[in-house]
Design a binder for this molecule. Structure first.
Ligand code: FCB
Length: 444
């Protein structure tokens, strides 16, 4: 550890996570500039219900209510993200003091309640002017990111408990740049690799900037998935290997070992400069792991331009989103990380885990989300099993504290342990909130 992780003293971080564009709203307030998600959501057909994050949970105004929800939960950590377009509306240059003031209030409010602030610097809401200059397809964005990290560290580094640099660079590369279902909506397929590499470079440069400014622990937050081959055929096994290289190892081998997986050598050849990997592989204090489900892969069909094809996993219950519920996959993932990376693996925090269900309030207004309780309980148990197997897991943060703007799904997928009435902003803790409160109180 290079820093004092326990500014809020704890054996294990229990809490919940959110992200700026998904909860804040107030997109035109206090000098915030446009982000790629404002642009994307305004394009017809992009968001399932035609909505945007313009109001979302209105956490920009209701933040203290949200922090009280965390207190009521007994949480000792809250993972939120900082909106780059609030802090540096053009994506470079000086700080917008009115934007930073919001995060000052939030961080101070957390510390007053004894809750560790875990701040993610980039959860996908890139300032639009940086996208106009090429977004993550260009190296300069990595440099801008490091400058932004320094500005935020200067403003909040005296109080934040841990920094997360990027949220899920794989998902941003894949959905944002390869398949176009997320902002910025590019459909570059394998050429999207550059957007992944430049995020990694930005991560490395940002870690250097954060270290230069103080001793706050730093992590990268990855979306990770155990990859399974659809059959025992060598073709399916090979396709699964390639998928695993893109989804998992591209964002682990680089950061923890300073190498790209062999499967990505061709893609990397065109984009990676000498010295980049040394920058990417900065020592980390923690690794954030977001887990939702495993992935099943088969060899691509004849007209598939990609070297793999994803297939639905059968034989498990599914969430409202249609995602399979496979708690053992989380134990497998955590134990596999330890076995693969050994001493190179820093302590792990499960920085997101949760499920969407179409829960509705009953006649008395309460939300009896028994399926979410079952999901969370089985996944917390899966973390317990990994800990018993000797994996150093330091926290579990549920996704999400609130129902919120679920990207391309708009408000149609509710992940919260708290219901949000999007017409009024009213918050109602669900049965899963009470369950999680009791689970947190029990500890390990
Ligand atoms: C993750 C994202 C998070 C949320 C959950 C459901 O990939 O990081 O913002 O949308 O999925």
């Amino acid at each position: 550890m290079t820093g004092d992780v326990t500014r809020v003293s704890t054996d294990f971080w229990w809490g919940a996570a959110t992200a700026s564009y998904q909860v804040e709203g107030a997109v035109d307030e206090d000098g915030r500039g446009p982000s790629i998600w404002d642009t994307f959501a305004a394009q017809p057909g992009r968001i399932a219900d035609g909505s945007s994050g313009a109001v979302a949970c209105d956490s920009y105004h209701r933040w203290s209510e949200d922090l009280d929800l965390l207190s009521g939960l007994g949480a000792n950590a809250y993972r939120f993200s900082i909106a780059w377009p609030r802090v540096q509306p053009p994506g470079h240059g000086g700080v917008n003091p009115r934007g930073v003031a919001y995060y000052d209030r939030l961080v101070d409010g957390l510390l007053e309640r004894g809750i560790a602030p875990f701040a993610t610097l980039f959860h996908w809401d890139l300032p639009q002017p940086l996208q106009d200059a090429g977004g993550w397809m260009v190296r300069e964005t990595a440099e801008r990111f490091a400058e932004y990290a320094a500005v935020v560290a200067d403003a909040l580094g005296d109080r934040v408990a841990a920094w997360g640099t990027l949220n899920e660079p794989f998902v941003h590369m894949a959905l944002g740049y390869a398949f176009g279902t997320h902002a910025p909506g590019e459909t570059l397929l394998l050429d999207a690799f550059a957007a992944g590499h430049h995020q990694l470079l930005g991560h490395g440069l940002a870690v250097q900037a954060l270290r230069a400014s103080g001793d706050v622990p730093v992590m990268l937050v990855n979306n990770l998935t155990p990859v399974r081959a659809a059959s025992a055929s060598p073709e399916d096994a090979a396709a699964a290997q390639v998928y695993d290289a893109f989804h998992n190892r591209m964002f682990l081998d680089t950061v923890l070992r300073g190498t790209y997986p062999d499967e990505l050598a061709d893609a990397a050849g065109a984009v990676v400069h000498d010295g980049d990997l040394a920058t990417v592989a900065q020592p980390l204090d923690l690794l954030g792991v977001n887990y939702y489900n495993p992935t099943l892969v088969k060899a691509p069909g004849a007209d598939n331009p990609l070297p793999f094809e994803l297939v639905p996993i059968e034989g498990y219950p599914t969430t409202g989103f249609g995602w399979p519920v496979v708690p053992d996959g989380l134990t497998e993932l955590l134990v596999g990380l330890r076995d693969t990376y050994g001493d190179a693996l820093p302590p792990v925090v499960v920085t997101e885990n949760g499920c969407a269900y179409p829960d509705e309030p009953g006649p008395n207004g309460s939300v009896d989300d028994a399926d979410r309780i079952a999901y969370l309980e089985s996944h917390v148990d899966a973390v317990g099993a990994a800990r018993e197997a000797g994996v150093d897991v330091r926290g579990y943060l549920a996704w999400s504290l609130l129902d919120n703007f679920e990207w391309a799904e708009g408000y149609t997928q509710r992940f919260g342990i708290t219901r949000v009435d999007f017409a009024t902003g009213e918050r109602t803790p669900k049965a899963s909130y009470a369950w999680f409160r009791d689970r947190i109180a029990r500890g390990w």
